[in-house]
Design a binder for this molecule. Structure first.
Ligand SMILES: O=c1ccn([C@@H]2O[C@H](COP(=O)(O)O)[C@@H](O)[C@H]2O)c(=O)[nH]1
Length: 246
């Protein structure tokens, strides 16, 4: 794997562009570009504006984590991963709950397609347990037994065995994932909330500083920056917070 594929972003902060139009996304990326490591395009933007939104960001050289959380039979997930890899994104993802064969098929397809197109292959990572779930929801609503951290560790190992580059997990599971999968395995953590942030739908959260100190590779931050009165100040505050480590 080329080193540019392994280190696609200039710093650990990935800003979630959860907006409806490509214009809004490009405008936010333009304002935050000097500070952000990269940008995440998720379901809201992709389903509203389509692949064109990713193309417009890529035209501006913005590194993109395409967070569409593929979850389907292996043949369909692989075909989707192939199409997404052609967009030149740095990272794409699948749900670990889709199983080993699905993860493996998607990762292989994305790599083959990037090679065919002569572009850096995207990192392919697995979403474990959504950061909006707490322990009670996980057991009672999702019907899953045991502690969330055990499931996250088990799915992370499965993802590694399936040839994936890493996982998306909450910062609370960083330590168990690192222990299970080792230092080279990528850990991306949403559920990042600066201290004093208002409570919302995110349940398993930590501050940027705590997540980096525990060994997260990349932090995904959306509303604390994009919904702030001054998004540039908000992102600078987070970067300052992270730099204070050591
Ligand atoms: O477990 C997950 C997986 C993905 N996300 C996504 O990250 C961002 C977080 O945005 P905030 O505004 O900082 O909550 C959002 O796009 C989610 O779709 C996640 O939060 N948790």
């Amino acid at each position: 794997m080329s080193s540019s594929a392994l280190k696609p972003f200039k710093n650990p902060l990935i800003i979630a562009l959860d907006v409806d139009t490509a214009e809004e996304a490009v405008c936010l990326a333009g304002r935050l570009g000097p500070y952000a490591g990269g940008f995440k395009v998720g379901m809201q933007l992709f389903y509203s504006a389509g692949p064109e939104a990713v193309r417009r960001l890529r035209e501006k050289k913005a590194p993109v984590f395409l967070d569409l959380k593929l979850h389907d039979i292996p043949n369909t997930a692989a075909a989707a991963a192939r199409a997404l890899a052609r967009l030149g994104v740095s990272i794409l993802n699948v749900h670990a709950a889709g199983g080993r064969a699905m993860m493996q098929a998607a990762a292989e397809a994305a790599r083959e397609e990037a090679e065919k197109a002569g572009i850096n292959r995207p990192l392919v990572v697995a979403v474990t347990v959504l950061t909006s779930m707490d322990q009670e929801m996980f057991n009672k609503e999702a019907g899953m037994a045991g502690p969330i951290c055990d499931r996250v560790a088990a799915w992370s190992l499965l993802a590694r065995e399936a040839g994936l580059d890493g996982v998306v997990a909450s910062p609370r599971e960083i330590e168990v994932v690192r222990k299970a999968c080792g230092p080279g395995f990528v850990i991306i953590t949403p559920g990042i909330r600066p201290s004093g942030a208002a409570r919302d739908d995110q349940k398993r959260t930590m501050t940027p500083r705590e997540a980096i100190a525990l060994g997260a590779n990349w932090l995904v931050v959306g509303r604390p920056v994009t919904a702030a009165a001054d998004p540039v100040k908000a992102i600078k505050d987070i970067l300052d917070d992270i730099k204070q480590i050591n």
